[in-house]
Design a protein around this ligand. Structure first.
Ligand code: NI
Length: 167
């Protein structure tokens, strides 16, 4: 069990474009295990590698907290190849403690990725899974959920953002 420190808004690592995983070696497997430990400790629903300071294209989604039957997902080198519909729903992000607001996302997505064994997978995700996949996938491109704020919302949250921001 190894809990890594979650990087907070303001750390430049969150704005980098993350690099593809070339080889799923022990280091990558350890990273994923640590990410699960970190996510469960923080009681979050999803976590991307950049949020623990590693600019690799890896994220996890674990909805077991809200849905007992949910299957924890590990997505390596993911690509969203289809997006359908639009739905607005509340989101938070572990790099922005205490900040929650409505974000528009695709209602369903088809995502291709590699699992921990390197197998190519393709799934269609709906509902909260689709939302989490889009949020985490954005992290790999240095995109943060605050980028979806309108100018008015941005003003509204300016004070809160300033408090959260490090550096
Ligand atoms: Ni996030």
């Amino acid at each position: 069990m190894a809990i890594r420190q979650i990087v907070r808004y303001g750390n430049p690592v969150l704005r980098n474009e993350s690099k593809p995983v070339e080889k799923i070696d022990d280091k990558v497997k350890q990273l994923v295990q640590d990410m699960f430990d970190t996510l469960r400790d923080a009681k979050g629903l999803g976590l991307s590698a950049p949020q623990v300071g590693v600019n690799l294209r890896v994220f996890i989604v674990d909805l077991t907290q809200v849905d007992f039957d949910a299957e924890p997902l590990v997505m390596i080198n993911p690509e969203i190849i289809e997006k359908k519909g639009e739905v607005i729903g509340e989101e938070g992000c572990l790099s922005f403690p205490g900040l929650y607001f409505d974000v528009p996302r695709g209602e369903q997505v088809v995502v291709e990725y590699q699992d921990l064994e390197g197998n190519r997978k393709r799934i269609r995700a709906y509902g909260l899974t689709a939302r989490a996949v889009q949020h985490e996938n954005d992290h790999l491109d240095g995109v943060l959920f605050i980028d979806y704020l309108s100018a008015a919302q941005r003003d509204l949250f300016a004070g809160k953002l300033k408090k959260i921001k490090v550096g």
